[in-house]
Structures are given as structure tokens and as C-alpha cells.
Design a protein. Structure first.
Length: 424
């Protein structure tokens, strides 16, 4: 009997470890799914190599598993959900947009299949894992997606590289286009930089991966992702170098703002001359034409409530006019905030901004109080989210890992047991 007691204890510990490992594997798999890793396929094909029936099975499998895991921890689930009522207001408002949607059936379909599952996954991540664990799971997901894209380039180069159009030869990996891959690679690049410089334990492998990731990012030829990744790296350094305490810091902050404003003024006032000199299209691949048409023509008729979730860009009737204003009908507006306003109006955008602002304020406090990579992650991700959505749509398009991580961070930062208790 005496020999059986420690064995029973070890079995119990081992069982708990296996359960924890299984939940982490499920979370990483779910993040990869919403990242869009499983949708790879030829450019001229409407469906990927993996059959749509399998993708559907994955979606509902994640849906059901997430609901089960949340139900098993119902007390923690409710506590996490109620910790941030702004998030609930945002999700609720977008979910009921079918009431005024220009295409109610599409809105209901998108809300049911995409929006709700992503929110539930975010709720599960926030209620189950700490900020440190979330950072680790995000890195694992990004690394798997990155190496899978490299593997795809070796095994199926015709899929991993753009074959036609202006982007021919650009690397896109397992994603739909080079910019989407660039966003993933840029996010990985910044997380590796944080690991290399601010992890509690030295991560020797991060240095080599940092160089490799940067090289692949250059190959992808996504100028937007490359520029924004450099800006994000500077932001990481800035957050850790200065603390908002004392007169000297206040002076530095004001000087930084002045220099930044001057810099952007020069760019804006000499926009066309600078881009022409660099050999770039002054319309940013027709982005400025699209933005102008969206702001002046498409947003005003449904200013406050929008067209409904997923309704605008799926309707030929609603997208008519772009072929004349921007010389083609785009898949989205190439600006996440404009797309959010198109879907949920100014009310939806205001709710999003409140959620982001509250989360960002708490994230910055966390970053300035602890020199630790995982505690720096929320503020950097929220900053990158804003930067990346200036020229691409990573807020409302599906699949969308950015929305999942955004909501999980916002919900986590509302809970004192995870990280805010240390802030006082």
C-alpha cells in the first residue's frame, strides 16, 4: 500500500499535465485555423487544397470544443466575460447587425460561423491562460505558420509564390497574398526581438530566427509589413528605454511628439514627390482612390449603424461604382477601420475604440512596470494592430487571428488575478 501512494500521486500529476498539454495544442491549432494556415491553395482556385468539407469540420470542431471547455469552467468563464462589459457591448452590437443589415442572411451566416466562434475562443484563452502563457502560445502559432510556409515553398513552390499579376514571384507562403504573410512574419519578427532582449531566460535560438525571419520578410516583398515591422521594433525599444516618470521623461515625450509631427507633416505635404522619387505608385496601389470613394460615397448613407456584418463587400450592388472610382472592385478597402465602419458604422467603431483604448492604457502600464517580454506583448500587439490596419484590413476579414488575440488581451487585462494586481 505504501508503494502505491506516490504512484497514484504521479499518475494524477501526469494526468493533469496531459490535460494542460492537450488544451495548449487545441489552442495553437485554433489560432492557426483563424490565422488561415489551412486555406492554402492555387491562386486561380476558389477553394484550397484541403477540401471545404474538412475546413467546415475543423470550424465546428473548434466551435464545439471551445463551448465544452467554457462550460466545464463556467464560473471562470462568466467572471472573465463580465470583467469587460465594453467587449460584450461590442460583440453584441455587431452580432445584432442583421437587424439593419443590407444582406441579413449573409450577416447571420458570418456572425454564426465566424464572429461568435472567435469571441468564444478569445473568452476561453483569457479565462484559461495567463498573459505569459498567451504570449507563449502566440509565438508557437506564429512559428508553426512561418515554418509551414517555408516547407510549402520547398514542396509546392507554385502555391507558396505568387504566379501571376503584379506580385508574381513574391512569397506568400500558406496565405492568400504576400501582405497577409508579411503581417504574420512581421508579428513573429517583433516577438522574437522581445524574446531575444527581454526574456527572463536567454533565448539563443531567437537571434538566428530573427535574422532568418527578416530575410524571408524581405523576400515576400511586402513593403508595408517591412516598414511597419521596423516601426514596431523601434516601439519596443522605446517602451523599455523610457518610463513616464520625472521631468526629463516628460521633456523627451514632448520632443518625440514634436519630431514625429514634423516628420509626418513633411511626408504628407510631399507625398506624391516622395513616392515618385522612390518609384512607387502615388495612389498606393489605388488605396487612396478606394479610401476617398468609401469615405465620400459609401459610408455616409449608413453612417451610424453600417451595412451589417459581412454585407458590404459580398454584394455586387453595394460595391458598384468602384470600377469607375478606383478602376477595379477591391476585395476590401485596404483599411481595417474603414471596413469596420462599413460593417458596424460609427457606433461600432466607437465601441471598438473604447475597448482598444482601455486595453492599451492597461497594457502600457504593464509594459512600463515590468521589463519582461510577456508583459510587453499586449502593448506591442495593440500598437501593431493599429499600424497594420492603416493600409490593410485585419480587423474584419476572416479568418482573423488579430481579432482573437485582440479580444483575449482586452479580456485578460480586465482581470486582476492575471497581471493587474502587480500594478497596484
Amino acid at each position: 500500500m505504501e508503494a502505491q501512494i506516490p504512484i497514484f500521486g504521479l499518475d494524477k500529476i501526469s494526468s493533469q499535465n496531459r490535460l494542460d498539454f492537450a488544451e495548449k495544442v487545441f489552442t495553437v491549432f485554433s489560432l492557426l485555423f483563424f490565422m488561415g494556415v489551412f486555406g492554402f491553395g492555387p491562386e486561380d482556385s476558389e477553394t484550397g487544397i484541403i477540401p471545404s468539407s474538412v475546413i467546415t469540420l475543423m470550424r465546428y470542431g473548434i466551435y464545439a470544443t471551445t463551448l465544452l471547455l467554457l462550460a466545464l469552467r463556467i464560473k471562470s468563464t462568466l467572471k472573465t466575460a463580465l470583467s469587460n462589459k465594453w467587449v460584450l457591448c461590442l460583440i453584441s452590437f455587431i452580432s445584432i447587425s442583421f437587424l439593419w443589415s443590407q444582406d441579413p442572411s449573409t450577416t447571420v451566416d458570418v456572425v454564426w460561423k465566424e464572429l461568435i466562434p472567435m469571441f468564444l475562443l478569445s473568452l476561453y484563452i483569457a479565462s484559461r491562460f495567463t498573459i505569459e502563457q498567451q504570449f507563449s502560445l502566440a509565438i508557437q502559432s506564429l512559428l508553426i505558420a512561418f515554418f509551414f510556409s517555408i516547407l510549402l515553398a520547398i514542396v509546392m513552390p507554385s502555391i507558396a509564390f505568387h504566379q501571376t499579376g503584379d506580385y508574381a514571384g513574391s512569397f506568400r507562403g500558406a496565405f492568400g497574398d504576400k501582405n497577409r504573410f508579411g503581417a504574420i512574419a512581421a508579428t513573429l519578427l517583433v516577438t522574437l526581438f522581445m524574446l531575444k532582449n527581454y526574456a527572463e531566460k536567454k533565448q539563443g535560438w531567437a537571434s538566428a530566427m530573427l535574422v532568418f525571419c527578416f530575410a524571408i520578410l524581405v523576400i515576400s516583398s511586402s513593403v508595408t509589413a517591412l516598414v511597419l515591422s521596423v516601426a514596431s521594433l523601434l516601439l519596443v525599444s522605446l517602451y523599455q528605454k523610457f518610463k513616464w516618470m520625472g521631468k526629463k521623461t516628460i521633456l523627451l515625450v514632448n520632443l518625440s511628439i514634436l519630431i514625429s509631427m514634423s516628420f509626418f507633416y513633411v511626408i504628407i505635404s510631399r507625398w506624391i514627390e516622395i513616392l515618385t522619387f522612390l518609384g512607387r505608385d502615388p495612389t498606393l496601389s489605388a488605396r487612396t482612390l478606394i479610401w476617398n470613394y468609401v469615405i465620400t460615397t459609401k459610408i455616409p448613407p449608413h453612417l451610424y449603424f453600417g451595412y451589417g456584418k459581412g454585407a458590404f463587400w459580398s454584394s455586387e450592388r453595394l460595391t458598384s461604382g468602384f470600377e469607375h472610382a478606383a478602376f477595379h472592385i477591391p476585395a476590401h478597402s485596404h483599411n481595417g477601420f474603414l471596413d469596420l465602419i462599413l460593417e458596424a458604422g460609427l457606433i461600432g467603431f466607437a465601441l471598438f475604440f473604447v475597448v482598444w483604448l482601455v486595453a492599451y492604457t492597461r497594457a502600457v502600464r504593464l509594459a512600463y512596470n515590468f521589463k519582461k517580454a510577456s508583459y510587453l506583448w499586449p502593448s506591442i500587439f495593440l500598437s501593431m494592430m493599429i499600424l497594420f490596419n492603416l493600409f490593410e484590413s485585419y480587423l474584419v476579414l476572416f479568418p482573423n487571428i488579430n481579432w482573437v488575440l485582440f479580444l483575449s488581451i482586452a479580456l485578460s487585462l480586465s482581470q486582476k488575478p492575471f497581471c493587474l494586481r502587480a500594478l497596484g
